[in-house]
Design a protein around this ligand. Structure first.
Ligand SMILES: Cc1ncc(C[n+]2csc(CCOP(=O)(O)OP(=O)(O)O)c2C)c(N)n1
Ligand SMILES: [Mg+2]
Length: 429
């Protein structure tokens, strides 16, 4: 029986407030997730009408099966050397994440974000793009920089905000930027990168250039208006762009239901805009590569933009400031049915007879040693709070060609305050 307001026989209206399936202590059970069979999904022509991707927006493109073999039309047929290269990038990203996380716990930086379990969504996707395609990532795409060969020491200098930090301590740790690597500055304001990517892609087309753009955005961030403007502009102007939605199912402590996941898939959003859409097993490195390459070829041939949902799982906390044991079941990670992307690629290479556990152990060790040595090198330039940062006065520089009067006043005041606080010390250092 529905309660009725006095004098009315109309039912009360009710809101639905999403609730995650499992809370701390609950037994996680993902049997409701239909992961389909690897190799069973059709691969339409890259020039197809966006509407033809409809079934793929609800399915899950998978290549690597339980037998560790590659199956079906989406198999990108990469040679073993390329697969080993991918595995090497994975090993580097994971070792890097481990060390930087520890560095935060040791007080060397204020903040860090790992991408554990999501490595394929950045490394494998980046490998499917041209190295000069412009990327507009979110904060969990360290794998893109590593796959593009960005110097690791620059990443660490930025994380430590030290005197060698190219961004002069003006960005939150991990919010890298590299024009040389066609890697747009990461912004903490969620989803702003999506219209920027579309705008860049439009400009590339206006200039008759051949470079396309790709952006990465979390599933939670797709609830932002920017994401929807980006999709509209992309489809209206047929912009050469790929919109990668990383559905790792969590947005800090909010589960994906708050961004609409209970109602439909993130890939299916594509259809309403007229974009091509693909829903992909984000923990299957071969499927990620194949889908990104499909979308890149499509964009490069002026056939249109694509929205790709990579279905994955954020295996660890949101950031060093988060403790997921407070809001989700610790069992989710173990029960998650799509496994770990690194193990899956490793097992595939072993199945091909191109790899073994000893070589993997050696690769992991080498990656850990490289990260350790590079960290030591970066520490010579300073760590958080040890004074080896860019001189204080630099915070007033570079924004305007000439310092406006109000900033000049602020700078003078800051200098006076520092002279009072630390008498006898160089106030501008
Ligand atoms: C506009 C805006 N709103 C809120 C935040 C705070 N915030 C930072 S990360 C985050 C969660 C984003 O989740 P998702 O988009 O799923 O990406 P993920 O962290 O899972 O990679 C939130 C709410 C922000 N940085 N910017
Ligand atoms: Mg998320």
């Amino acid at each position: 029986m529905v309660d009725r307001p006095a004098g009315s026989n109309k039912p009360h209206l009710e809101l639905h407030v999403p609730e995650p399936k499992f809370r701390p202590g609950d037994q996680a059970d993902f049997s409701h997730i239909d992961i389909g069979e690897a190799g069973a999904q059709p691969r339409p022509d890259e020039a197809c009408d966006a509407k033809e991707t409809l079934p793929l927006c609800y399915d899950l493109i998978r290549v690597l099966g339980e037998d560790n073999k590659a199956h079906g039309a989406w198999d990108p047929k990469l040679d073993p050397e390329t697969l080993r290269q991918m595995l090497q990038h994975f090993a580097t990203v994971r070792a890097f994440d481990e060390r930087m996380f520890r560095g935060q716990r040791q007080g060397k930086t204020s903040f860090y974000m790992k991408c554990t379990g999501e490595e394929a969504t950045s490394v494998s996707a980046a490998m499917a793009l041209a190295s000069d395609d412009m990327v507009f990532p979110s904060y969990r795409q360290q794998g893109v920089l590593i796959a593009r060969g960005y110097p690791m020491i620059e990443m660490i200098n930025q994380i430590y905000s030290n005197k060698a930090d190219k961004l002069k301590g003006r960005q939150l740790p991990i919010m890298y930027s590299s024009r040389e690597h066609s890697f747009f500055s990461i912004s903490g304001n969620l989803a702003t990168q999506t219209p920027q990517a579309v705008g860049w892609a439009m400009a590339s087309a206006i200039k008759n250039d051949s470079r396309i753009a790709a952006t990465w955005v979390g599933e939670g961030s797709t609830a932002e208006g920017d994401f929807h403007s980006a999709c509209t502009f992309a489809t209206v102007y047929n912009a050469p762009v790929i919109i990668n939605v990383i559905n790792n199912q969590w947005a800090i402590s909010s589960f994906s239901g708050f961004a609409g996941a209970e109602r439909t898939t993130f890939a299916a959003r594509a259809l309403g805009y007229g974009l091509a859409g693909l829903r992909v097993d984000g923990n299957d490195p071969l499927a990620v590569y194949a889908a990104e390459r499909w979308a890149a070829n499509r964009a490069r041939a002026n056939q249109g933009p694509t929205l790709i949902e990579f279905f994955t799982y954020r295996a660890e906390g949101h950031s060093t400031s988060d403790d997921p044991s407070g809001y989700r079941s610790a069992q989710e990670r173990e029960e998650w049915p799509l496994g770990d992307p690194i193990n899956r690629l490793k097992n595939h290479l072993i199945e091909l007879g191109e790899w073994d556990e000893d070589r993997q152990a050696a690769m992991d060790k080498e990656a850990a040693e490289k990260v350790k040595a590079t960290t030591k090198e970066a520490e010579k330039n300073g760590i958080l709070g040890h004074g080896l940062h860019h001189p204080f006065r630099t915070m007033f520089q570079d924004v305007y060609e000439e310092l406006p009067w109000h900033l000049e006043e602020q700078a003078a005041q800051a200098k006076r305050e520092r002279e009072i606080k630390w008498p006898g010390e160089e106030p501008w250092s």
